[in-house]
Design a protein around this ligand. Sequence first.
Ligand code: HEC
Ligand code: HEC
Ligand code: HEC
Length: 147
Amino acid sequence: MVKIRQIVVGGVAVVAAGLFAVTLAQAADVSGAKSKGIGPTVKIHRGEQCVEPTEDMRRNHMKYILHQRDKTMHQGIRTAKHSFKNCVDCHADPKTNSVQGQDGFCSSCHEYASVKIDCFSCHTDKRDKNAVAVAPFKGTAAKGAPP
Ligand code: HEC
Ligand code: HEC
Ligand code: HEC
């Protein structure tokens, strides 16, 4: 199942004012719709839900991964929940196997919002092709299921 959702934003002025994340909260879920050029199109290929509620992820995903990195690196705490690898495994496009590039989950949204991240100079943007369900979250792809 592929969910295609277009993020509708209020306008360039709002983005410039730095309210993009707030505006994203009003994103419309228009499954199957093609982008009309008024916002990035986000495709969800895998799983029923994210590691945190979607609204929260829209606004705060960067905090989770950045915090997680700090915790992992400095305190030796490691949990699968906000693991970077899991983000990529769930969100990679089945065609390119990547979250980057054209229509890539992370890049399509960031390009629209003019966000640059350097994570992929070290971390892979590709799904592990042996990746299976990212337990222990509900609604993840079943083992062996097509992406
Ligand atoms: C188990 C699979 C899975 C994992 C792991 C996962 N996500 Fe998600 N993510 C989803 C699904 C499914 C949705 C859409 C949920 C919905 O339809 O409400 C989503 C939604 C999102 C959204 C909001 C997209 C939108 O529609 O605006 C962002 C941002 C996001 N994820 C980032 C991340 C990041 C960053 C990580 C790693 C910390 C991550 N995700 C891990 C499955 C996953
Ligand atoms: C729904 C749109 C959307 C999606 C999808 C998305 N991002 Fe973001 N991301 C943003 C926005 C908007 C910002 C800037 C927010 C801000 O500056 O407050 C951002 C910022 C970030 C930052 C912080 C950049 C910085 O310099 O502070 C990181 C890291 C990040 N995203 C990682 C990811 C990763 C990894 C994925 C894919 C798994 C992803 N994002 C998917 C919209 C998105
Ligand atoms: C200079 C190389 C480098 C860059 C750039 C980098 N990382 Fe990392 N990151 C690492 C290394 C090394 C580790 C430790 C890997 C390990 O212990 O398995 C790590 C670990 C992590 C972890 C915890 C382990 C995991 O897989 O979940 C997260 C989350 C993470 N990084 C997120 C990010 C994000 C988000 C960015 C971009 C804002 C980023 N990293 C940029 C090198 C880098």
